[in-house]
Design a protein around this ligand. Structure first.
Ligand code: ACO
Length: 398
């Protein structure tokens, strides 16, 4: 896709690279990916080790600060996050103002952006202590906003945070508590959800992070920048893919229909959702961990009947010349929707979970951007393909 093109009226050559396939937009020390080898590391730590031994808040600290916390640092960080979980009551009213059937991602995007009006101090982006405060605020409030958006859609009363609970338990309680008065999260389900949040916590210059960096490069406050990232994540080619995977599996219906479906994909009628990745030309390491987490979840909830179709679809695709030649493997979204459904999340909430997980990554990248002296405002070139100077025609003569 990369072409060297002479731009009319400008000296030398410009690079035409739609989708930035071969253009580095920044230097970053946060996340390392080797797409051919299927390697993902946060600050040098392999994702497999973090998923097994760490917690989401600890990983968030690592992404933001570059090192794993000591016990005292983790305690302080957990306290800081817990302290900020509540929303201003007017944010709640903002959410109440949305239509009853509003998509939770739309509500999340709007309410995160609206936080910039509640915290005008967030504009002091070059003050390190201030950045730390806004970062803790946003990570703390994301589950509350996500849960309020969910309850709004169901027309159920909001459940306020219970700060005796862990980050992930609190989120589950805010979502499900009053609909089932005896609701108590099963620790195995809490662990599985925590792992899913860890797997989504960062992924270097993906579409939404690029949006956060691009908007952040204008030196706007972090809520506005992350609001833009949530917009990017909402799209079906990015965070919306897991929702699309479930719809696809449902449409396929039975394993007998898989060969016919695959033929349609190969004929270009549609995409096999949850397959393929811009960076991974091998099995997405996150998909492997998710497959294992799915087994743990299904041990508690019973097997999702769509799993059989997903497993068979993967098997057939991985043996098919079309997918092999193009190096198309399952990505993180292929199995995550099945787990979310088993955890009783409706499909519209899947991308909200992704957004909550990705928030520390967005903020780590934003913080890195703000401190990077080489960074400039994002402003790509274009190859102009339109008319050159023309005379205006009066409407009576057109
Ligand atoms: N099903 C069928 N064919 C596919 C798929 C797919 N899922 N993905 C790519 N291809 C084909 C393309 O048609 C193209 O074929 P061609 O060379 O004959 O034209 C070739 O594979 C290369 O694909 P590109 O579109 O060039 O790859 P790109 O890197 O631009 O796109 C993307 C990556 C957007 C993820 C793509 O694979 C896709 O749309 N997948 C389905 C959606 C999805 O699962 N998204 C989640 C991504 S992960 C995440 O956001 C967390």
């Amino acid at each position: 896709d990369l072409k060297q093109i002479a731009v009319e009226g400008e000296p030398g050559l410009a690079t035409y690279d739609p989708g930035f396939v071969n253009t580095a937009s920044c230097r970053s020390a946060v996340t390392y990916i080797d797409g051919d080898a299927g390697i993902l590391e946060y600050r040098g730590y392999p994702i497999e080790q973090l998923a097994e031994h760490s917690t989401f808040l600890e990983v968030a600290y690592l992404l933001l600060n570059g090192e794993l916390p000591t016990a005292a640092e983790l305690e302080q960080w957990t306290h800081d996050i817990t302290y900020h979980t509540f929303l201003h009551e007017n944010v709640k009213q903002l959410i109440e103002g949305f239509r009853y059937d509003a998509h939770p991602m739309g509500m999340l995007m709007a309410s995160v952006s609206a936080l910039s009006t509640f915290y005008p101090d967030a504009r002091e982006i070059h003050d390190a202590d201030n950045r730390k405060l806004q970062i803790a605020r946003l990570i703390a409030k994301m589950p509350t906003l996500g849960a309020f958006a969910y309850r709004h859609q169901l027309g159920k009363p909001y459940v306020y945070p219970d700060n005796r609970l862990s980050y992930t338990e609190n989120f589950l309680a805010m979502l499900f508590k009053m609909s089932e008065p005896s609701y108590q999260a099963d620790p195995r389900l809490v662990k599985a959800l925590d792992i899913l949040l860890i797997l989504h916590a960062d992924h270097e210059q993906n579409c939404s992070t690029n949006a956060v960096r691009s908007v952040g490069s204008s030196e706007v406050d972090p809520y506005s920048a992350v609001g833009a990232g949530i917009g990017a994540l909402f799209g079906p080619l990015h965070g919306g893919a897991n929702e699309a995977v479930l719809a696809m599996l449902r449409r396929i219906g039975t394993t007998d229909n898989i060969p016919g479906f695959i033929e349609g994909v190969k004929a270009g009628k549609e995409k096999l959702m949850g397959f393929g990745h811009r960076v991974y030309k091998n099995y997405d390491p996150r998909a492997k961990i998710i497959k294992k987490a799915a087994d743990d979840v299904f041990a508690v909830t019973g097997v999702n009947p769509l799993l059989e179709i997903a497993l068979e679809l993967e098997k057939i695709a991985l043996e098919d010349e079309y997918f092999v030649k193009r190096k198309l493997y399952p990505n993180v979204d292929f199995y995550s929707g099945l787990i979310y459904e088993a955890l009783q999340f409706p499909p519209e909430m899947f991308t909200v979970l992704f957004a909550i997980g990705r928030t520390p990554g967005w903020l780590a990248q934003w913080s890195e951007l703000v401190q990077d002296k080489e960074q400039k405002i994002a402003r790509p070139k274009q190859i102009y393909t339109g008319h050159r100077t023309r005379e205006f025609t009066p409407i009576s003569e057109r």
